[in-house]
Design a protein around this ligand. Structure first.
Ligand code: PMT
Length: 403
């Protein structure tokens, strides 16, 4: 049995120039900065004059790896923009205002940040944030299209509440999405060109109009696999029964029951290079769903159950050559023997076994401890760690299997 080594964030050791523009969302840049530094990045903050109306230099300086810079004339060196541009592995602008996008698109170097953007050869990522009317204005959309054509990465704004009580599209993407997008640019792109389908959450099988048979799955493990697959360049479809913040770039398909999940996978399996079944699919469902609410006064109802389709076994039976099928096994006893039997019975390439009776393992936790089993291979144990680490270790194996 071998132990999987701890994985390191792809941003560790990388220099990221974090440009912050003047918008109400500037406060979220502080959280992005903190997360990147925690992940081991060297973050160099550059604020525009406008940004200083929204957050203090001291806040960002305290959390970043270097003090904030905002002027071409602060340093002894007369050319800070070329030094910053040349040393960067990535220039990230969050939030990016309409002014900044326009200046960058048209080569106008009006302050330190725009000078850095024009002086760098590193990848650039912009995270626009502005009111919906501004975001939808043709000039902004043209500038975004131009920047995309030049290879600039754009993390689209989200819909939601905006400054001044308005709501609509234009809100800065969340720190999670931005950090995932950064990791995807700086990390290995070993799933580029692959379609990865992941399932997450527990299915809910209706008894009547208001009651369901459910389980404790939160979807966290499946979402972690989806986020990691996006980071590594895959096109990712997430068939999910739960609504967690969606990792940047993931295409969701929302389902509730095992039958709906099976239909969704039927439509996706032909284009999928990899299918990861992290969902906890109910094994039984009521034979019939009462149309209304069963009344308590009518006595305790008899609920007749029937087995649900075994989705994974069906996928295993129809597996294409080269397609990689990954199952999970949630066990409370005889972990390896039970997982081994599922691996063989469902014709899987890999099964991820978790003993969900152990503290911190499986359902609802942020952590998991798993054993990887492959046909004819030695077991590989992954100690208790963040579900994102489990996802990375899982996809490392998948990448190896894809060859
Ligand atoms: O969602 P979290 O709170 O983060 O918890 C994570 C998890 C515990 C749900 C996850 O780590 C996990 O173990 N998922 C699989 C749960 C499960 O249903 O295990 P199982 O041993 O019953 O099923 C084996 C495999 O067959 C699974 O991949 C399951 O998706 C699949 N299956 C099961 C029954 C069925 N009718 N159809 C299926 O496809």
């Amino acid at each position: 049995m071998t132990a999987t080594p701890d994985t390191v964030s792809p941003v560790a050791g990388k220099t990221i120039v974090l440009g912050v523009c003047g918008g109400i969302a500037a406060y979220k840049a502080v959280e992005v900065c903190r997360r990147l530094v925690d992940a081991g990045a060297h973050v160099v903050p550059v604020m525009t004059k406008g940004a200083e109306h929204f957050i203090g230099r001291t806040t960002l300086s305290a959390l970043a790896s270097e003090p904030v810079q905002s002027s071409l004339w602060d340093e002894e060196s007369p050319i800070p923009h070329t030094r910053l541009g040349q040393s960067a592995d990535l220039v990230l602008v969050a939030p990016a205002t309409a002014r900044l996008l326009g200046a960058y698109a048209h080569g106008l170097s009006t302050d330190l940040l725009t000078n850095v953007l024009i002086a760098t050869r590193a990848p650039v990522m912009v995270c626009p944030a502005m009111h919906t009317e501004m975001w939808e204005h043709p000039s902004v959309q043209d500038n975004i299209a131009l920047l995309r054509r030049r290879g600039v990465h754009v993390v689209e704004p989200e819909s939601g509440r905006l400054a001044g009580g308005d709501s609509g599209k234009g809100r800065l993407a969340g720190p999670d999405s931005i950090v995932t997008a950064v990791e995807s640019v700086l990390g290995p792109r070993d799933l580029e060109g692959r379609h990865v389908v992941v399932t997450a959450g527990g299915t809910r099988e209706p008894i009547d109009a208001v009651r369901v048979i459910a389980n404790r799955s939160s979807g966290k493990q499946g979402y972690a696999v989806a986020a990691e697959a996006v980071r590594r360049g895959a096109r990712v479809t997430l068939v999910t029964t739960v609504e967690l913040p969606l990792p940047h770039g993931v295409q969701p398909v929302c389902v509730e029951t095992a039958a709906q999940m099976q239909r969704a996978l039927d439509g996706l399996k032909d284009s999928a290079d990899v299918i990861v079944m992290a969902a906890a699919v109910a094994d039984f469902r009521p034979v019939a769903c009462a149309p209304g609410k069963i009344k308590k006064n009518d006595g305790v109802p008899e609920v007749h159950l029937e087995p649900t389709p075994d989705i994974l076994a069906g996928l295993g039976a129809a597996k294409r050559p080269g397609q990689i099928l990954v199952g999970f096994a949630a066990e409370t006893a005889d972990l390896v023997a039970n997982a081994q039997s599922k691996l063989e019975r469902k014709n899987l390439d890999l099964i991820v076994a978790n003993d969900v009776s152990q503290p911190g393992v499986g359902f609802q936790h942020d952590t998991n401890a798993v054993t990887f089993l492959r046909p004819g291979e030695a077991l590989e144990s992954h100690p208790l760690s963040d579900k994102r680490d489990v996802a990375r270790a899982l996809l490392d194996i998948v990448v190896g299997l894809l060859g």
